[in-house]
Design a protein around this ligand. Structure first.
Ligand SMILES: Nc1ncnc2c1ncn2[C@@H]1O[C@H](COP(=O)(O)OP(=O)(O)O)[C@@H](O)[C@H]1O
Ligand SMILES: [Mg+2]
Length: 230
């Protein structure tokens, strides 16, 4: 099962939700989980050492034929059930985007992708300038995933971008902030897709990420927010 987490604006909580979903699923189920990092923040979010070997960017950039197990060899085991496919160095080349997506779709594990920000064509100047390859890879995965999850705050600026995004999510994870005029019901009304998780913005989650404790001490509030994922 391919789960793709993406946003339309940086700072939405995408990497935290993807990491939380991967860690929680690897604990909850008797299945293995692969976390695919297209945005590059996962080692820092999880609090693990920055992998110094090649990653998915290097696999995408490889000229010529690839060994069938080339992608698998890039994985870094994090726990008994959870592995990380690191981003690697350099830009993401979009030419093998479809092959990457189909390999991950065929994977027997639960695959959680941190796809980062997808562009909103109505606001190209605020978009993901110069990152066409990453966008091709990220949009391909977000379009094909069994669960395509938009991670967003319930704010007007994010929602208006989401309405112009080329990808329609299958569900939304809302980071709820008590002081907002808009709430999860408004998100569903505007986007026409269900809210599958609600994660309060609280100091406990921010401190856990800042301290690098996501892998060892996943906050219950985050575990609950992603219980419908995976
Ligand atoms: N539920 C939350 N409560 C408090 N802080 C959060 C929460 N989720 C994310 N953050 C913080 O918000 C910032 C952006 O989160 P991140 O996951 O990196 O967003 P994105 O990947 O969408 O850019 C980080 O500092 C992170 O620790
Ligand atoms: Mg991120």
């Amino acid at each position: 099962m391919l789960v793709c987490c993406w946003s339309v604006k940086g700072g939405s909580g995408t990497s935290v939700v993807a990491a939380g979903a991967a860690v929680a699923t690897s604990r909850r189920q008797a299945f293995d989980v692969l976390l695919v990092d297209l945005a590059g923040d996962q080692p820092a979010v999880l609090g693990v050492a920055e992998p110094d070997g090649p990653g998915v960017a290097d696999w995408l950039a490889t000229a010529g034929p690839l060994a069938p197990d080339a992608l698998r060899r890039l994985e870094v085991p994090l726990t008994e059930r959870l592995s990380l496919l690191p981003r690697g160095a350099g830009p993401l080349d979009g030419h093998r985007a479809d092959l990457l997506t189909s390999l991950l779709l065929d994977d027997r594990r639960t695959v959680v992708v941190d796809a980062g920000v997808l562009p909103s064509p109505a606001w190209p100047q605020q978009s993901t300038g110069g990152a066409e390859g990453r966008v091709a890879v990220a949009e391909g995965m977000a379009t094909s995933a069994a669960m395509s999850l938009l991670v967003t705050r319930a704010c007007y600026l994010s929602l208006r971008r989401a309405t112009s995004c080329a990808v329609r999510p299958s569900g939304v994870v809302v980071l709820s902030e008590g002081w907002r005029a808009l709430g999860p019901d408004d998100v569903t009304d505007v986007l026409g897709v269900p809210v599958v998780g609600e994660l309060p913005v609280v100091g406990e989650v921010a401190r856990c990420v800042d301290a690098g404790l996501m892998l060892s001490r996943l906050p219950r509030i985050l575990e609950r927010a992603v219980c419908g994922v995976g």
